[in-house]
Design a protein around this ligand. Structure first.
Ligand code: HEM
Length: 395
């Protein structure tokens, strides 16, 4: 085993280009240790290791949260069998049928957002489309009225920023505002139901009703689940859309190919998920000492499952360093961008649907799409997406 190459996930170099760092780790140091964080943590990089660990919940537990610090939130942040019951309740909102029912709304919203900027010839596609689309979609699913959407988006962004932040307290106020808002929203649905009224048929009502029908969700658990949906679903989907466009803008010949054949958008989405995983890695906590590739990880250690690195493992992907739209679909779909095992992303089909409509609307409506200046990375170290995406197109 080669010596640890001094991997620091917070360094400017890794923040700017995690993928190059992952390639070095995969080749030289499959289980790096990072000790400048409190608590220090390890990471798994190889596809086989990550895929096996997230399925082995007896050794790699989610009980202490998905982030680098030890937390205790319950709900989805548990292991089977407790986790299974929670997940089942939430799953009703994400059945293929429920997601398919959202399609006309999402398609329409994507077209409206793109049409609003089409005549401008230039603009920030993050602000114009990639950012509002998932937020408006999930806010609508939760029954948040349009006038509250801007606040709602700011608060839910703060919850994401907090997860990977070196100074989580900086986001406390906005996160508290989100909890207050959602708690009032849940209360409202509960009193309507208790008074025999007919609340709107949305996700929050569904969770409240599941509780009313004798299932075990407390208001606090409903609240936690709503926050998890926001934290898990908004910025990640925005990142998928921006990352895919960003790579195409860097490769004008590929951009022209996709703009000439929108049927390539589905392959673009899978390759973008593989190449630029929006969630670079989430954490587990070891329930016993583990030894891997000559590295001893103690019990109770935080370990990052680096989905972003596993997606570049040459043992699974041919020419992993190439961004290609012609991968065999069975190979392309082996990426771990949505995780695997019992915590596999509940919103994966929703995210794919949103990205498909956003990308088809953008690429089909804005001719000769190109970069219009540099774009910036989002700040949480465990996520990967663009905060700005300045673009120009022909009008
Ligand atoms: C491209 C967009 C997305 C990416 C890359 C993504 C990624 C992930 C990943 C990697 C996990 C696994 C967590 C773990 O193993 O600890 C996960 C779980 C989850 N995701 Fe997503 N996600 C996306 C979109 C969404 C959306 C749109 C929603 C819902 C609105 C959502 C809801 C969830 C939930 C509830 C979980 C937890 C499942 C569980 O613990 O059983 N995600 N996601």
């Amino acid at each position: 085993m080669e010596p640890d190459p001094g991997y620091d996930p917070f360094s400017d170099a890794v923040m700017a280009d995690p993928i190059t760092a992952y390639r070095e780790l995969l080749a030289q140091c499959p289980v790096p240790h990072h000790d400048s964080f409190d608590p220090p943590f390890w990471s798994l990089t190889r596809h086989d290791d990550v895929a096996a660990a997230v399925r082995d919940t007896a050794t790699w537990s989610s009980l202490h949260g998905q982030g680098p610090r030890h937390t205790s939130q319950g709900g989805l942040f548990t292991d089977p069998p407790e986790h299974t019951a929670f997940r089942r309740l939430l799953q009703t909102a994400f059945t293929p049928r429920a997601v398919a029912e959202l399609e006309p709304f999402i398609a329409n919203l994507a077209r409206e957002l793109v049409d609003a900027v089409a005549a401008d010839g230039r603009g920030d596609l993050h602000t114009a489309v990639a950012f509002p689309l998932p937020t408006i979609t999930i806010a609508t699913m939760m029954g948040v009225p349009p006038e509250d959407r801007d606040d709602f988006k700011r608060w839910s962004d703060a919850s994401v920023a907090r997860l990977g932040s070196q100074d989580p307290s900086a986001h406390d106020e906005d996160v508290a505002a989100l909890y207050r808002y959602l708690a009032a929203h849940i209360d409202d649905r509960r009193s309507t139901i208790a008074a025999g009224g007919d609340p709107p048929n949305d996700l929050v009502t569904g969770l409240v009703r599941a509780e009313e029908n004798g299932a075990t969700l407390t208001p606090q658990e409903i609240l936690g689940s709503c926050v998890q949906l926001l934290v898990g679903g908004n910025e990640t989907t925005t990142s998928l859309i921006t990352n895919a466009l960003w790579r195409l803008m860097d490769r004008p010949e590929l951009m022209a190919e996709v703009q000439g054949n929108l049927d390539l958008v589905d392959a673009l989405i899978e390759e973008s998920l593989r190449y630029d995983a929006p969630v670079l890695g989430l954490f587990r906590t070891t329930t016993c000492p583990v030894s891997m590739h000559g590295v001893d990880i103690p019990e109770g250690a935080k370990v990052q499952m680096l989905f972003g690195a596993a997606n570049h493992d040459p043992a699974v992907f041919n020419t992993p360093e190439e961004f290609r739209l012609d991968r065999d679909p069975s190979e392309a779909r082996r990426h771990l961008a949505f995780g695997a095992g019992p915590h596999f992303c509940l919103g994966a089909s929703l995210a794919r649907l949103e990205a498909r409509h956003a990308l088809r609307a953008i690429l089909g409506t804005l001719p000769n799409l190109r970069a219009d200046g540099p774009s910036e990375r989002i700040t949480p170290f465990l996520l990967w997406g663009r905060r700005t995406l300045p673009a120009a197109w022909d009008v």
